[in-house]
Design a protein around this ligand. Structure first.
Ligand code: NAD
Ligand code: 0WE
Length: 265
């Protein structure tokens, strides 16, 4: 018996088999959870259905998180098919591509800033509100994905940095609000991984190599490792953990200067 047996999980954010959400779906399915997935656009539907097949053939629904009606429809369908819900995973982030390069101050627009915060941070709160009635009396668990750029400044991440900071603060406010109902809220802050969201980011290969060279474990992490930690956080094994941001980044967040930098000089 896996540590998520009899659990029902909604996972938002699968776009391909490289998605962090796919790694989480696989790990949760392996541990016995039933999985429901959503796809942002019809273009992604086929790939999300493939993931659903690999994860036990649960419900697959359309969901663009900027659309309140689609959010309502997802929880209405889950109410009809499952009646209740134990886990929601939010693995969604977006900012206009042209704002993810160059000068943060020059390139950040009012519209881009609002969109990044709407899709990357507010939508987690909206999903929590939808899930809340289905989680009553069930020790529910909500999980989102963050990145170190929300805590510290680095090149090109730009407007996504403030959006992740807002997301992590939302985790703490949601944990405080929902804790009395037994609902836990946490984030995994993942190290850089080559996914669709990372493709087309200038110098991503270089970033991956620098991260691996500096990180205490001297390597990058994979979606399987993010998946395993996510499954743990959403299980009873983590029953005492809420309002937390767990770094799954080979230790990169913990260092100021890597031993590898001295070795090289
Ligand atoms: P990905 O491209 O596979 O996933 C991003 C997902 O966001 C896609 O499924 C996309 O459809 C979805 N999305 C974007 N706008 C949406 C909208 N309006 N409505 C519904 N869905 C929408 O990339 P990923 O790297 O797996 O990203 C998942 C999460 O992990 C994001 O929050 C990202 O910030 C975070 N993260 C990624 C990395 C990395 O290096 N890849 C590191 C740390 C955190
Ligand atoms: O959160 C992310 C990715 C966020 C992202 C990526 C895109 C690319 C396509 C948000 N919006 C868009 N919009 C698009 O049009 N990561 C943690 C991965 C990532 O993205 C970076 C990184 C890292 C790491 C961007 C610049 C610098 C580092």
């Amino acid at each position: 018996m896996g540590f998520l047996s009899n659990r029902k999980a909604l996972i938002v954010g699968v776009a391909s088999n490289r998605s962090i959400a796919w790694g989480i779906a696989e790990a949760m399915h392996r541990e016995g959870a039933e999985i429901a997935l959503t796809y942002q656009t019809d273009k992604l539907k086929g790939r999300v259905e493939q993931c659903a097949e690999a994860c036990g053939g649960g419900p697959v629904m359309p969901l663009d998180v900027t659309d309140d009606a689609q959010i309502d429809a997802v929880f209405e369908q889950l109410k009809q098919t499952w009646g209740h819900l134990d886990i929601v995973v939010h693995a969604v982030g977006f900012a206009p591509r042209e704002e993810l390069e160059g000068s943060f101050v020059e390139n950040t627009t009012r519209g881009g800033y609002a969109m990044a915060h709407d899709i990357s941070a507010y939508s987690f709160v909206a999903l929590a509100r939808g899930a809340r009635p289905l989680m009553q009396g069930r020790n529910g668990s909500l999980l989102t994905l963050s990145y170190l750029g929300g805590e510290r400044a680095l090149p090109n991440y730009n407007v996504m940095g403030p959006a992740k900071a807002s997301l992590e603060a939302s985790v703490r406010y949601m944990a405080n609000d929902l804790g009395p109902e037994g609902i836990r809220v946490n984030a995994v802050s993942a190290g850089p991984i080559r996914t669709l969201a990372a493709s087309g980011i200038g110098d991503f290969r270089k970033m991956l190599d620098l991260n691996a060279a500096s990180a205490p474990l001297r390597r990058n992490v994979g979606i399987d490792e993010v998946g395993n930690t996510s499954a743990f956080l959403c299980s009873d094994l983590a029953s005492g953990i809420t309002g937390e941001v767990v770094h799954v980044d080979a230790g990169f967040h913990a260092i100021a200067l890597s031993g590898s930098a001295l070795d090289a000089s």
